[in-house]
Design a binder for this molecule. Sequence first.
Ligand SMILES: NC(=O)c1ccc[n+]([C@@H]2O[C@H](COP(=O)([O-])OP(=O)(O)OC[C@H]3O[C@@H](n4cnc5c(N)ncnc54)[C@H](O)[C@@H]3O)[C@@H](O)[C@H]2O)c1
Length: 303
Amino acid sequence: MTRPFDQVAVVGAGTLGAQIALLSAYAGYQVMLYDTRPGIFKETIMTIRSDLQSKNVDPFIPYAQWPACEERIQSVNNLAEAVGAAELVVEVVPENLGLKQQVFQELGRKAPSHAILATNSSSIPVSRLEASSGRPERCLNIHFYMPLRGMNIADVMGGTRTVPEVLDTGIRWVRSLGVIPLTVKKELLGFCFNRVWRAIKREVLHMWAEGFVDFRDIDRAYMVFTGNREDAGPFGLMDRVGLDVVYDIEMVYYKESGDPKDHPPEALRQKVAQGELGVKTGKGFYTYPDPEYLRAGFLDPQR
Ligand SMILES: NC(=O)c1ccc[n+]([C@@H]2O[C@H](COP(=O)([O-])OP(=O)(O)OC[C@H]3O[C@@H](n4cnc5c(N)ncnc54)[C@H](O)[C@@H]3O)[C@@H](O)[C@H]2O)c1
């Protein structure tokens, strides 16, 4: 697959930023990486690797290629240096509207005027960020899932003034990474598949928090129903995403609708306050690196 340009900058090197950077390096792009926490990239890569290995998942990029990809990524401690020659900048900072607007404002000043600015936000339409950048016609949403686990899909959506050439370049970049673009034709909160996943999350979180069912039974059913018995159900998946990230995303939906049914449950907030963030802290709904859903007997009717 041909590359539509050469230089990518990734801003934020946590769970998703680290994967987007690695994937871009694997596809042959020159990658600059910036995070306010120096050293977080290597830490994140180690966490992702041990999570994949503990579950015997074959990663999207073979392990043997990881060191070469990591070497091709240049981590810097200065945003201007990271984005100074970028043709595409992907913002992957926490799910907070004010923070993302601030980052888009800085990117508008520091990235070359022709650079495309993409947000990996899970819930914020780029129409809420584009004005801060001063170049709304070159902004779009590109929302990845967990590419290193083989979830090679990404929602792609423009803002109010995104020009067709920018959407097209974004889609070509996604394809060049070996990822399937899911194009959204007009602005929709939650984009394409993420809106479906969000509906599942909202429902199961309330079923758990209000004491209707044991969360493990929802995961059991989901694993059997989808035929994906080797992987997690919604609660295991939320542990992988990070419960802090899930909470922030649900709050964005709540602020958008004002509907109390959209507010994330208090029990989820308590887990976050206690540092139970999922895989990244070793405990969420399950404990890691050996979660119950991967143990023998989890799906045994006689257990
Ligand atoms: N975790 C997931 O499964 C997932 C999936 C799809 C999309 N997303 C989205 O990706 C974004 C990031 O999520 P994540 O899970 O990678 O979060 P994360 O907390 O793992 O990583 C965020 C990183 O951003 C850094 N950061 C904070 N402020 C910054 C700034 N001003 N400049 C540069 N770096 C800064 C943090 O130090 C951290 O390393 C969010 O918008 C989230 O909704 C997450």
